[in-house]
Design a protein around this ligand. Structure first.
Ligand SMILES: C[S@@+](CC[C@H](N)C(=O)[O-])C[C@H]1O[C@@H](n2cnc3c(N)ncnc32)[C@H](O)[C@@H]1O
Length: 508
């Protein structure tokens, strides 16, 4: 049996000769049309298959408009076939039309009506592509909005395990800065705030020169927040507004729920993360009250797209702790946040949009004060946040305790102090929109820091190539110290980030 023109085309397609494949597919179409004066279902099905192949051939040649046109033709010939919708969706993605891509992927999924291996693969491909379209619809405007920062990277959805990932769009040389990212929200550590609130901008964490003008927070009633510019003051409004200006007694009153919350978290190892949760809840509440967002997710903006999951459930599966006990531990903190930032029925909830945010449970609590939401915020911070170190460039002297243990069984410990010279720096934790799309590798190809140029640091996260990175490669950094043992890395990655690393180094 002589092979059909379609089969011949397929042979050239497999060899990567797409031009020749296109030529043969087009001849094949003509042959079917010439042979079939009367259009019937069989010829239409054949035409749908061959035009779908034409679409993918043009796609391979990066001729996306033609790829789309042939995919749409293929759909016309057989609207019940699933694959042409996938082809059309893929072409729409390349043409930056994410809305139509989403629609076509959904139609592809809807049209899959068998359960064999090919159908399962197609379903998997279409589901991943649908996620990719949704993700791109959100991230592409951010990347394109700041080309100076982000024009060397792109974000793609990989699969249901690793989800989003960051890729190099161009070849990158070792040592080059690939991109840098400003935090969506940032929290200074308790110690850094105590030590530095007088010499930094509370929003951008820049050390302010003693001769420069300092802009104070509007609240004259004791708030220690200060800024280096009106812009920083304005930008901090969404998260600082409620914890300060609406509560003029806050700083003075130790009975205020916010003061109590801060006092409760002050000495726990994750204090900075728990303070960041407070800032996030403050921000969500502010945006809901001022009707700038319809619901918590919209209030979270960019952060909505960060990887989330319940941290307590993660921890209980890691160390066998009882989930309910863990949740009970957090309940007092949550109640304080609700007292401080809760929406009041009469004052704020006359609006249908906000009513939709109500928990259907008791007492008209809104979802933001449910333990599940709090847990998801903790998970989101755990999976995505990164520490920042901003240095002033100067050294300072601090007193550190020296503990001397006297002789004898019941001797008293005498605490003496000694002077230590340290680099004057501020520690914090931030959530970064693009940076947080980067996956982990135990063989990272980038290193991260807060240093833009020699010795000058800021709260901006700077991602530098550790090796040459070819265009199209995934950009990966290590979530833990790569020199740790396999077991140590495995434990950190699972307990903190919720995944089991499958790289060659970990599988040894
Ligand atoms: C900062 S996010 C990275 C972006 C993430 N892929 C997403 O879609 O948002 C961290 C999360 O990504 C996933 N992840 C990162 N690296 C991974 C890897 N090598 N293998 C499996 N999952 C990984 C884990 O779920 C982790 O908690």
């Amino acid at each position: 049996m002589t092979p059909s023109l379609k089969d011949l085309g397929n042979q050239f397609y497999t060899k990567g000769d797409y031009d020749k494949a296109i030529e043969l597919y087009k001849q094949g179409i003509q042959e079917i049309l010439d042979d079939n004066n009367i259009v019937n279902e069989d010829s239409n099905n054949q035409l749908s298959l061959i035009t779908s192949n034409l679409s993918i051939s043009y796609y391979q040649l990066k001729r996306y408009q033609e790829s789309l046109e042939w995919a749409l033709k293929s759909i016309e010939y057989n609207p019940k076939s699933a694959k042409p919708y996938l082809r059309a969706g893929d072409a729409y993605i390349e043409l930056s039309n994410y809305k139509d891509a989403k629609e076509k992927y959904l139609l592809c999924i809807k049209n899959i009506n068998t359960n064999d291996e090919t159908a399962k693969n197609l379903l998997n491909q279409a589901s991943n592509s649908l996620q990719n379209a949704k993700m791109k619809q959100f991230y592409q405007p951010i990347l394109e909005g700041s080309p100076a920062l982000y024009d060397r990277v792109e974000i793609k959805y990989l699969d249901s395990i690793r989800e989003k990932a960051l890729f190099a769009k161009v070849p990158i040389q070792k040592g080059e800065i690939i991109f840098s990212d400003l935090p969506f929200i940032h929290q200074l550590s308790v110690d850094s705030f105590k030590l530095h609130h007088n010499d930094i901008c509370n929003h951008c964490i820049k050390f302010i020169d003693s001769s420069a003008a300092i802009i104070k927070c509007n609240n004259t009633n004791g708030c220690k927040y200060q800024y280096c510019s009106e812009k920083c003051k304005l930008e901090s409004f969404s998260y600082h507004n409620q914890s300060c200006m609406n509560n003029s007694d806050l700083v003075l009153s130790s009975n205020h729920p916010i003061s109590k919350y801060r006092a409760m978290v002050e000495n726990v190892p994750t204090s900075t993360q728990l303070l960041l949760v407070e800032s996030l809840i403050s921000m969500i509440s502010h945006l809901l009250k001022t009707k700038q967002a319809k619901n918590c997710n919209l209030a979270l903006g960019t952060i909505t797209h960060l990887k989330r999951g319940p941290l307590m459930a993660q921890q209980s599966s890691f160390n066998g702790k009882n989930l309910e006990d863990l949740q009970k531990q957090y309940q007092p903190l949550l109640s304080l946040l609700e007292d401080a930032y809760g929406l009041k029925l009469k004052e704020h909830l006359d609006d249908q949009l906000l009513k939709n945010e109500f928990k259907k449970y008791t007492n008209f609590k809104i979802i933001v004060f449910s333990v599940d939401f709090y847990d998801n915020l903790l998970g989101m911070i755990n999976f995505n946040s990164t520490s920042t170190v901003v240095k002033s460039g100067k050294k300072i002297e601090i007193q550190v305790p020296v503990t001397t243990t006297g002789k004898g069984k019941k001797s008293n410990n005498q605490v003496k102090t000694t002077t230590k010279t340290i680099e004057n720096s501020c520690w914090g934790v931030g959530l970064f929109p693009i940076f947080s799309c980067m996956n982990h590798s135990c063989f990272p190809n980038v290193e991260i820091s807060n240093e833009i140029i020699d010795g000058v640091t800021s709260v901006r996260m700077v991602v530098k190539a550790k090796k040459n990175i070819p265009a199209g490669s995934e950009i990966l950094h290590s979530y833990c110290d790569e020199t740790l043992s396999n077991k140590e890395r495995k434990d950190i990655l699972f307990s903190q980030y919720g995944f089991k690393c499958t790289c060659n180094k970990c599988s040894k």
